[in-house]
Design a protein around this ligand. Structure first.
Ligand code: AMP
Length: 325
């Protein structure tokens, strides 16, 4: 089944993004990998930072060759069918069902300053999914409710107008590696820059990676073994090493059990440097040659528009717009 994944450009790309998500993504005919930049403006943003983040995320997707094999890589903001479909679906969604979205209830319900886009974004997400006839959508638990909304909207349209949409299923991936901050190994490594030394960025240079990994907090004791309760720092480093090398946490722990924390950390730092070097070099080269990246994105957005337009036309036609065909 071709994959459909959107990544929101709300900061720099981290080693956590790479190990937990990006490195598992593979292109195939029909796959869709988009920079969800329309989703990035539902909360306050700074134009310069947004631009930088969009280009970095796009360059990483292209560096991973996700536009090969017939796969699509594009900026959501460059493909107008997303906004157009979102509007059509907004007029079919109900305030009641939208007000029940737990993410909105948690973050926006009692805050009059929250944007209308923040309230409506699950419908944009439904548009992103329904435009491409995605059958399975990989999402975390927190987004499952939004895929259920997508199903409800698809069924509502199909019942009214005939089989226009494929009704998608949420696919909750088996729990993968969760990479924690190097400085606070009980908190997730995240894109927010509050924790610069705890977060390895995919584009950090080799020396910066070594500095951060060698500066990771460790735990009491001297032995290296996996036990997130007792040894959160060491366990996180084992998770990172295993996530990148393909060798198990146990194999790493076995090899470094009595080697001392310093030796272990140096080995982990080298794996991070080596295993990210190809994607880092390619991404940097694309950012240094914007014409090449722009060409990939323009080609992606043209193909995305061609692929998604018939769905918008079909719905507009069914709704009653005379010139939609
Ligand atoms: P985000 O934009 O932070 O929601 O992350 C995008 C993707 O990267 C999600 O699919 C996450 O599963 C993955 N991801 C982000 N941070 C981490 C982390 N610290 N460990 C593992 N995966 C992560």
């Amino acid at each position: 089944m071709p994959q459909l994944s959107f990544i929101k450009p709300t900061g720099r790309v981290t080693l956590g993004n790479y190990i937990g998500a990006l490195r598992h993504w593979k292109p195939s005919a029909g796959s869709v990998f988009a920079v969800a930049d329309l989703h990035a403006i539902t909360v306050a943003w700074a134009p310069d930072k947004l631009r930088e983040s969009i280009l970095e995320v796009a360059a990483v997707l292209a560096a991973l060759d996700l536009h090969s094999e017939g796969g699509l890589v594009f900026l959501q903001s460059g493909v107008p069918t997303h906004s157009e479909m979102a509007w059509l679906l907004e007029c079919m969604a109900r305030m009641g069902e939208m007000s029940r979205m737990t993410q909105f209830k948690a973050a926006g319900r009692n805050d009059g300053s929250v944007s209308v886009g923040f309230f409506a974004y699950p419908i944009l997400m439904a548009a992103d999914i329904l435009l491409y006839d995605a059958e399975g959508v990989p999402v975390g638990e927190d987004q499952k409710q939004h895929v259920e909304l997508t199903r409800d909207l698809a069924l509502r349209v199909n019942n009214l107008y005939g089989p226009i949409f494929t009704v998608p299923e949420p696919v909750i991936p088996a729990v993968g590696a969760r990479i924690m901050s190097l400085k606070t190994p009980t908190a997730k490594m995240s894109k927010s820059q509050d924790d610069p030394d705890g977060t390895v960025l995919l584009l950090d240079g080799a020396d910066e990676i070594r500095r951060k990994v060698l500066g990771a907090v460790t735990d009491s004791g001297r032995e290296v073994y996996f036990d997130p309760e007792e040894k959160p720092g060491i366990s996180n480093l084992l998770e990172i090493a295993a996530g990148l090398s393909g060798e198990s946490r146990e194999a790493w722990a076995e090899r470094y059990r009595t080697a001392g924390y310093g030796t272990f950390k140096r080995a982990v730092a080298e794996v991070v440097v080596e295993e990210t070097s190809v994607v880092r070099t390619r991404t940097t080269a694309l950012l240094d040659h914007p014409e090449e990246l722009n060409a990939i994105l323009r080609d992606g957005q043209e193909r995305a528009l061609v692929r998604s337009s018939p769905k918008v036309r079909a719905l507009k036609n069914a709704i009653g717009y005379p010139l939609a065909d």
